[in-house]
Design a protein around this ligand. Sequence first.
Ligand SMILES: *Cc1c(COP(=O)(O)O)cnc(C)c1O
Length: 400
Amino acid sequence: MPGFEVFGEEEKKEIMEVLDTGVLFRYEFPEQRRGVYKVRTFEENFAGYCGAKHAQAVTSGTAALKVALTALGVGPGDEVITQCFTFVATWEAIFDVGAVPVFAEVDETLNMDPADLEKKITSRTKCIIPVHMLGAQARIREIKVIGDRHNIPVLEDTAQAAGGTLDGKGLGTFGACGTFSFDAVKTMTTGEGGMIITDSEKLWRDMSEYHDHGHDHVPNPGTRGGEGRSFIGFNFRMMELQGAIGLAQLAKLDTMISSQKKNKAALREAIAQIPGVTFRTILDEKGDTATFIAFFLPDGGKAKAVNAVLAENGAGAIAFGANTWHFYPKWEHLLAGSTLAKSGWPFNGPDGKRRVVYDKEALPVSAALMDRLLVYQGPVKLSEQRLAQITAAVKKAAQI
Ligand SMILES: *Cc1c(COP(=O)(O)O)cnc(C)c1O
C-alpha cells in the first residue's frame, strides 16, 4: 500500500499548478489553462514508463476494466474467464458489460492456472482476464499463447502491479490491453483513478471516445460541441487534480518498488525459518513488484497454528482464504445472486430465467492453496522496530 506512504511536496507542487490555472477539467479552456494538461501528460508518461504506445486515463480501476471490455466488444451472451483470487472489481466489470464471469483456478503463482483456463474456454468466451494479483506476475506468456490459439483477446488486470515487468517487458503490455488502478491502497495512488494501456491505435481511440460520452476525439483532445459521435458512451473522465498527483507518484514509482523489495527480502529471511514453509512462485524476481510477501504452510491446520502464534506476538499475517474481498467462496453476494435489479439481472437473463449459478465448491484446488496461505504486507517504509517484532514472532512460530 505504498503510494500514500510517500505522499509529499512533489504531489502538492503538481496540484498547485492546476489550482493556479483554475481548470480542473481535462479538455477545453485552452487560454485559461496556459498549456497545463496534467491528465494528458500523465497518460503520455505512464504509457512511456510501461512501454505501451497509448494510455487512457479513467476514474478508477473498475472503470478501466469496463472501458477496456467495452472497447473489445464484449457484451451480453459472452463469457469472460478470470481468476477466482482477485478483487471483486474484476468480475463486477464483466457483469456490468452484460457478460458472464467464469472463474479459473489459481496455482502457486496465486494467479490464473493456464491449464484450468484452457479447460474453461467455450465458444462463448470473448475475453480472458488474468490478474497480476498482489503485484506479482501471472503466467502471462502462456495465457497469451492460449488466447491466441483460440483467437480470444487477453486483458491484463494490472491494478495491483504498476511498474511490474516480466523478462524486462512491462506488465499490461502482453495482452490486447492492460488496466491499472490508482485507488488509495495501490502501488501508486491518485486517491481514485485508473488507466488502460494498449498498443492498438483503434482500441485506444475507441476507449478515449467511449469514456467521454462518445465525443469523437480527432485529434485527442478534439474540439467539443461541434464534433460527431460515432457510438454511445459514458463518463469516466479523470480530473486534472488526479492527473497532477499521478505525475508525482509515477516519478516515485521506481524508488517505492525498490524499498519494497528490500523490505520484502528482510521479511522473507525471517519467514524462511519456519519449518516446512514455501514461498509463492515468483516468475521473475527482477520485475516483481509484489506489495505483499506470500507464503504457504504444509497444510491449513499448520497455517492456522502458525498464524495464531504470530498474532499473539503482535504480528498476525493476512489469511486470504478467510478474507471477504478477494476469494471466490467468500463472495456471498455472487454465490447468492444478490442484485438490486427487479428482473434479477445479471444473474437472470432478459427472459427472467436464471442464466448463471455459482457453486461454492467449484474451485477446490484454489481453496486448498488459500487454506495454507499466509501473507504479510511488504511496505515501502518498514521501521526497524516493526521488522524486529515480526522477526521475533516468526521465531516463536518456528518452534511449534
Ligand atoms: C483495486 C483493484 C481493482 C479496482 O480498482 P479501483 O480503482 O478500486 O476501482 C480492480 N482489480 C484489482 C485486482 C484490484 O486490486
